[in-house]
Design a protein around this ligand. Structure first.
Ligand SMILES: [Zn+2]
Length: 213
């Protein structure tokens, strides 16, 4: 019979590391929680896009209600953003390619708000990355539209404010998140909670799509 120390010496020879298991949907990457929730290319155009649009839809719904395009009783969950809404005071674009004199690698902010009364333009970019990538994604979103924002500032003679709305797939946010979100007109804690809720509901959708739950 082995003593305890002899058993421990024996284990490394007996238990060999198993080969990595590839995620069944893509068959290319090792299966992990991070890969399933936010990094699998085979879910990018479906389940992750649904989550992204759910969160972006909350912000769009908020802006449309704020500017009187929707009744106060409307529900963010069933909101289907139109590509363009416009009044004498504002124009709101959804998933729209912006044109300018020069070529930009990134010209497609998720939501663009032209506020003619406040004389400001807002580029709002949404992302729901893996929690560990939230700070870097926030920086990426801030940098990505700098040159386009500069062009639009010159074209419209209005300041352009870039707002990254980056919420991790489990609702985690960076310490800078609230500072960015406060730039959204009429921002409130309720809006923040709804954004987080949308990200978590989107992640539950990812889990259902992949038959995890
Ligand atoms: Zn994968």
């Amino acid at each position: 019979m082995f003593t305890q120390s002899r058993s421990l010496q024996y284990l490394p020879f007996r238990i060999r590391p198993s080969p990595p298991e590839f995620f069944r949907l893509c068959g290319e990457h090792e299966e992990s929680v991070v890969h399933l929730l936010a990094a699998c290319p085979s879910l990018a155009a479906t389940a992750y896009l649904y989550r992204h649009n759910l969160v972006a839809g909350v912000v769009h719904w908020h802006l449309m209600r704020l500017h009187g395009f929707l009744p106060g009783s409307s529900c963010w969950f069933t909101h289907r953003p139109p590509a363009v809404v416009e009044s004498s005071a504002v124009k709101i674009l959804w998933d729209f390619s912006l044109q300018s004199a020069s070529h930009h690698l990134s010209n497609h902010p998720d939501i663009v708000l032209f506020d003619y009364d406040l004389k400001k333009i807002y580029f709002i970019e949404i992302s729901c990355p893996a929690d560990v990538n939230v700070p870097s994604k926030e920086q990426e979103k801030l940098q990505k539209y700098q040159s386009l924002a500069h062009d639009y500032h010159l074209m419209y003679r209005m300041p352009v404010i870039i707002i990254p709305v980056v919420v991790g797939c489990t609702g985690v946010v960076s310490s800078n998140c609230i500072t960015h979100l406060r730039r959204i007109p009429d921002f409130s804690n309720n809006l923040f909670c709804t954004i987080q809720k949308a990200a978590i509901i989107g992640t539950v959708h990812v889990l259902r799509c992949t038959n995890v739950i």
